[in-house]
Ligand binder design. Structure first.
Ligand code: PHE
Length: 511
């Protein structure tokens, strides 16, 4: 009958025949550069064909512990000390002298002195009133224990069952000095049977390599005998395109978390908004160019929006016509309810923070109030690589007493820092609803330029008075486009990519 074996089993058989002695399994595995488990499974195959096998041996290994290893490397303390003394060459030493010379701890020094004395390398005396050490030799030959410890250099352990009588004495000596540690192990000794020794390797046929198991193989048990092709674990696998969060959502979440971490609360407001909150309550005159059809989307249905309680609407009306009670002259024109009632798609989320002022008044709230919004706005823009008609803004306000432009700058610097833009500059700007106003730019290390990202300021009295917010309570306000910032962070040059979602990019971005 022809014997069929896996190729690696044949190789191991060959090696064992070459050696012609029993070998310890882990050493054989090391020599063959294969895994211990692979070796033992091959030995099992040999056993199944009655060609070989293994037997177990319980053994007691003796190793040097850390201190023992230190002595092996640097010498015993008494050796180190006598060497220092012989080199130093003085006739007598106090304990303090020896401590200086050796830098040993007290106990180690004491033991080293005792050992040197036992070795008859020194004499000691207390005759002069103080304990003194007198070197008594010109040279100090190696002791047995010193010679023996070097045997651990070649092999890190001694097998307790295999010690000669002399070795056993030295092991005892090391043990008394607490320099050893023990480890019990089970050794597996691999051997060949007489058949295994006899068989000619050339007569054995290698089994074909199989890369797929079939259900038949599993049912018949053949799977245990087949020659399985090993996995190549260094080959890269197929690329997986698992689902992930869209990068824009990731950025939104990051912004949200930053404001939340800074103590802000998120607010939401209607997308379909009244001209009143989008413009009038923000002190934008009713003939302001931004209100025109080519900038703002007006809705036909519903045709009119509801305004808040009449006295507040009239307070806003008054600021436009004559400044109301805030000390301003206003815009000096006749304010129209109808224009204020027009229905639009909000052009900025400042409409939403402005609604928060109305709520503050209505609920008789107390400062401080810190809110933000991340939401959609609409402008009648021609869409191109840097413009969208529907986009998002990140907006916020702080209502508090005695807050200043410095607080506003600090806040925005903190925010952009957390977003990864530590360099922030502010310059004077203009918005109809803030005074003073600041344009905020951040430095992009990647692009090597400053980029203007946000508008901000302190809401004018014309904006805050109708809602009962008067000095020293002020409202810090800011707003910025989300997509510009997102382009910067995602490294996209076309703003439309953020919504077109090119699949190649989405696959590349990290999770
Ligand atoms: N609303 C302004 C814009 O759309 C930004 C802004 C908000 C400016 C708040 C000042 C205060 O650009």
């Amino acid at each position: 009958m022809v014997i069929k074996l896996k190729q690696n089993v044949i190789d191991i058989l060959k090696k064992l025949k070459e050696k012609d002695v029993e070998v310890e399994a882990s050493e054989l595995a090391k020599e063959l550069k294969i895994d211990y488990i692979v070796l033992m499974s091959a030995v099992n195959d040999l056993a199944a064909n009655n060609l070989g096998g293994f037997k177990e041996n319980k053994i007691d290994y003796l190793y040097l512990n850390d201190e023992g290893l230190d002595y092996l490397k640097n010498g015993f303390p008494f050796r180190r000390l006598i060497n220092l003394i012989l080199k130093d060459g003085k006739k007598e030493y106090s304990v303090i002298d020896l401590k200086k010379l050796s830098k040993f701890e007290d106990e180690a020094l004491y033991r080293a002195i005792q050992n040197m004395k036992k070795n008859r390398w020194i004499l000691t005396s207390k005759a002069a009133g103080e304990y003194k050490v007198y070197p008594d030799v010109k040279e100090a030959p190696s002791l047995e224990i010193e010679k023996f410890i070097t045997t651990f250099e070649k092999k890190s352990y001694h097998d307790k069952s295999k010690l000669s009588k002399k070795e056993a004495e030295q092991i005892d000596a090391l043990n008394r000095r607490n320099l050893l540690k023990r480890e019990k192990k089970t050794q597996r000794i691999v051997y060949l049977t007489s058949e295994g020794k006899k068989i000619q390797v050339s007569k054995i046929e290698p089994l074909a390599e199989i890369s797929n198991l079939t259900s038949d193989m599993l049912l018949t048990g053949e799977w245990e005998r087949v020659n399985l092709k090993p996995f190549n674990v260094s080959v890269t696998g197929p690329r997986l395109h698992a689902g992930k969060i869209n990068p824009l959502i990731n950025i939104i979440n990051k912004i949200r978390n930053i404001f939340l971490s800074m103590g802000f609360t998120e607010i939401k407001g209607p997308i379909v908004e009244s001209a009143f909150f989008n413009f009038d309550a923000l002190f934008q005159p009713q003939d302001h160019p931004a209100r025109e059809m080519h900038d703002t989307f007006y809705l036909n249905n519903p045709k009119q929006s509801k305004l808040p309680q009449k006295d507040r609407v009239d307070a806003v009306k008054a600021t436009h016509e004559n400044g109301g009670d805030c000390g301003s002259l206003g815009w000096e024109y006749d304010w129209s309810y109808d224009i204020a009632k027009k229905v639009i798609l909000r052009t900025h989320t400042t409409a939403t923070t402005c609604r928060r002022l109305a709520q503050f008044y209505k609920n008789k709230e107390k400062p401080p109030i810190k809110v933000f919004s991340i939401d959609k706005v609409f402008r009648n823009e021609k869409v191109d690589r840097s413009h969208l008609a529907e986009f998002m803004q990140v907006e916020g306000i702080v209502i508090d007493e005695n807050v200043t432009l410095c607080d506003l700058r600090g806040l925005l610097t903190e925010f952009y820092g957390k977003m990864g833009f530590p360099k922030v500059i502010t310059r004077p700007g203009f918005f109809p609803y803030t005074e003073p106003s600041l344009e905020v730019s951040v430095y992009s290390e990647e692009l090597g330029t400053w980029l203007e990202l946000a508008g901000s300021g302190i809401f004018r009295p014309e904006v805050t008075y109708p809602w009962g917010i008067k000095n020293p309570t002020r409202v810090l306000a800011w707003g910025m486009g989300l997509e510009r910032l997102a382009m910067l962070m995602a490294g996209r040059e076309d703003i439309r990519d953020l919504y077109r979602n090119p699949i190649k990019w989405l696959r590349e971005v990290s999770y």
